[in-house]
Design a protein around this ligand. Sequence first.
Ligand code: SF4
Length: 423
Amino acid sequence: MPYNQVMFDRKQTRQISIGDDRTGRVLVGGGAGVSVQTMTSGYTWNIDECVAEINRMTEAGADVVRVAVPQKKDTEALPEILAQTKVPIVADVHFHYKRAIEAVEAGIHKIRLNPGNINDRDQVNAVIDACRDRGIPIRVGVNEGSIIERKDKQQRAEELGRFFADRRQGHLLALMIAKLEEYMEIFEAKDFHDVCISAKSMDARLIIDIYTEIAARFDYPLHLGVTHAGPKETGAIRSVVALGTLLANGIGDTIRISYASDPVHEVEDGLEMLYSLGLRTRRGAELIACPTCGRIQVDLFTLVQEVRKKLANEIELPIKVAVMGCVVNGPGEAEGADVAVFAGDRRGIIYVQGERVANVKEEEILDALLDECRRFQDRVRNGEATLGEKKVEIVPPDPIGELGSGAEKIAAGQVEQVTIEGN
Ligand code: SF4
């Protein structure tokens, strides 16, 4: 499904195309949807493991995958890796420009160069020439960590530093912009525009500032990312703050979330970020769940995790599923769900688009809910139902009305908890 549900005014940029006829082409910038990238964590020369990792990422929804090629044996492995994978592959090149040339000759779909460690103009020109011949785009990826203050950059940095004098980390930002401008001049001189840009930092505030500045200065598509974001627990917050802010402001054409953990989480969280912003059509079910409170009468946390796993494996359509701890606030909080369960007193009432379909024991909730999700998916596929057509309504009297006088007392604020009676 194309990722084209754009909600915000996106900044207009040039467009690059990554991939070939076999992988399909991922368009970046120029009005294309925002794509999700990730990077393998193992050695590229270890072909079997590299292919297995790329294929797991592809299965999780990655649009583009990057691999490191620090050694010649890495670029030598590329033809076999490219033959066994289905997504466009990017070669991540640092220090050795010849790795880029070798990767291009191996059929790579995109090159990433780091201006912080491949500086020689002739070397960059050689990479540009090789890429131009084969229609391969280049990402110019500036990194906070590889920016070295040199005397010849100081003056420009100081000029820019004054411009940013009232901003956080103005000096580092200025150095990164100065480096980027200097590097991009090489590409402009070669009249090579098949380029996208990134400027990564571990500081979310710096990322927001620098990408905002780059978007004002260049019309190349932007690859967003937080570098060294740490483990998923903290990296997710940093990424959401930085990338979410930029995307909500219309800046960013492709994203890579970086975690010190299984890269599949990077893909899953990147997709969820785009779904949340309405920048991409959801693949699979959307799960809504209450955080629980003192009204809870079932093991909701376990149930939610089990439902999440099952939905990911079994439901392909973007069905909205709600798992709510009670019928007091649950129906209101689950408004808009296609399939919902409201739990209470070790039981659950299941609704499909506003219609009560089951009242089951706690241990039967998971299977019953999944059955309803599968049935609903079949009905949508057969044209008998439409996603999001009918909302779960805010009740009472239904379903509270059918739960007896106890529920009515709750509705009237006379008691605190719901008792759901069995069928
Ligand atoms: S749905 Fe019920 S149990 Fe869950 S948070 Fe809301 S009031 Fe509490």
